[in-house]
Design a protein around this ligand. Structure first.
Ligand code: GUN
Length: 279
C-alpha cells in the first residue's frame, strides 16, 4: 500500500489565507525586514520568495541587500537600527553569511521580540524550558503538518535525523513538548536503521540524499522530509528515498511541495505574532 501524501503546498496556502485575514484586521500591516549579504544564488531565491509571501498576505517587507564585503560592525549597526524601528516587527538575516561575519553574534543582536526565525538563544532557551517565544519556522511547520493529519505525537516514538540548531534540535524539543519519546540521530550514529525502524514518526533533516530508505521504516510510520538536495539529473529531492519509502510509510511529505512551503508560511505566522497578533 502506498503512503498518503502530506501536501505542504495546500496546508501552507490555508495558513497564508488565515494570516491574510488576520492582517486585514490590524491597524497597521506587520513589517518584516529581510537582510541578504552577498550573492549566494540559493539565498537570493529564498529571499525573493519570502518578500513575495509578505506581499501576498498584505504585510510590508523591507529587503536590504548588502555586498559580501559588508563588515560585521556595519551589519550589527543595521540590525540595531531595525531593532529600534517601530514599523519593523520581524528581522530575518538570511544564512549563510560570508565567513568573515560571526553568524551567531549577528543573530544575538536581533531583538528577541523581532526574532521571527527563532534562532536567538533567548528563543532557543524559551523553547527548551517551554516558555512562549518564536519557534524556528521549519520545525514549527513540521509540527503543523503532523497536526493536519491528526497525528498527536503524545506517547509516540519520534526519531529526528539531524542535530542542527535550525532544524534538528528545535524539532526534537517541539516533539518532546508534545509528549513524544524522542531520539536524535546524527552523523556519528551507528546503524541509523536500528533507531528509525522503531519510529512512529521520522523527521529527516540531514541534507543528504537517500539517508532514509524503505528498509529503515516501520510500516505505517509518518515520514517528514526536511531535506533539500539535487539528484544526479539536477532534480530537487529530499533526504528520503521517496519512491520506495512511500510503499512502506503511512504518511509522507514530498519534496518539493512538502516542508519547504510550510517553512515560508510559518515565517508569516511568526511575523504576525511579532506584530502582536496570533492566528
Ligand atoms: N538559510 C536557510 N534556511 C534559513 C532560514 O530558515 N532562515 C534564515 N535566516 N536563513 C536560512
Amino acid at each position: 500500500m502506498s503512503a498518503q501524501l502530506i501536501d505542504g503546498n495546500a496546508l501552507a496556502a490555508r495558513i497564508r489565507a488565515q494570516v491574510a485575514e488576520k492582517v486585514k484586521t490590524l491597524a497597521a500591516p506587520p513589517g518584516l525586514a529581510v537582510i541578504l549579504v552577498g550573492d549566494d544564488p540559493a539565498s537570493q531565491v529564498y529571499v525573493k520568495h519570502k518578500v513575495a509571501d509578505c506581499e501576498g498576505v498584505g504585510m510590508r517587507s523591507l529587503l536590504e541587500r548588502h555586498p559580501a564585503t559588508l563588515s560585521e560592525a556595519d551589519l550589527l549597526a543595521r540590525i540595531a537600527a531595525l531593532n529600534a524601528d517601530p514599523a519593523v516587527h520581524g528581522i530575518l538575516v538570511q544564512l549563510p553569511l560570508p565567513r568573515h561575519i560571526d553568524a551567531q553574534r549577528v543573530i544575538e543582536t536581533i531583538a528577541p521580540a523581532k526574532d521571527v526565525d527563532g534562532f536567538h538563544v533567548a528563543s532557543a532557551g524559551a523553547l527548551m524550558v517551554g516558555r512562549p517565544g518564536f519557534r524556528p519556522c521549519t520545525p514549527y511547520g513540521c509540527m503543523k503538518m503532523l497536526e493536519s493529519i491528526g497525528c498527536d505525537p503524545r506517547g509516540k516514538h519520534a526519531v529526528v535525523i539531524g542535530r542542527s540548531n535550525i532544524v534538528g534540535k528545535p524539532m526534537a524539543m517541539l516533539l518532546l513538548q508534545a509528549s513524544a519519546t524522542v531520539t536524535v540521530c546524527h552523523s556519528a550514529t551507528p546503524d541509523l536503521g536500528h533507531f528509525t525502524r522503531q519510529a512512529d514518526i521520522v523527521v529527516a533533516a540531514v541534507g543528504k540524499r537517500n539517508v532514509l530508505t524503505h528498509d529503515m521504516v516501520k510500516p505505517g510510520a509518518v515520514v517528514i522530509d526536511v531535506g533539500m538536495n539535487r539528484n544526479s539529473e539536477g532534480k530537487l529531492c529530499g533526504d528520503v528515498d521517496f519512491d520506495n519509502v512511500r510503499q512502506v510509510a503511512g504518511w509522507i511529505t514530498p519534496v518539493p511541495g512538502g516542508v519547504g512551503p510550510m517553512t515560508r508560511a510559518m515565517l508569516l505566522v511568526n511575523t504576525l505574532e511579532a506584530a502582536g497578533s496570533g492566528l
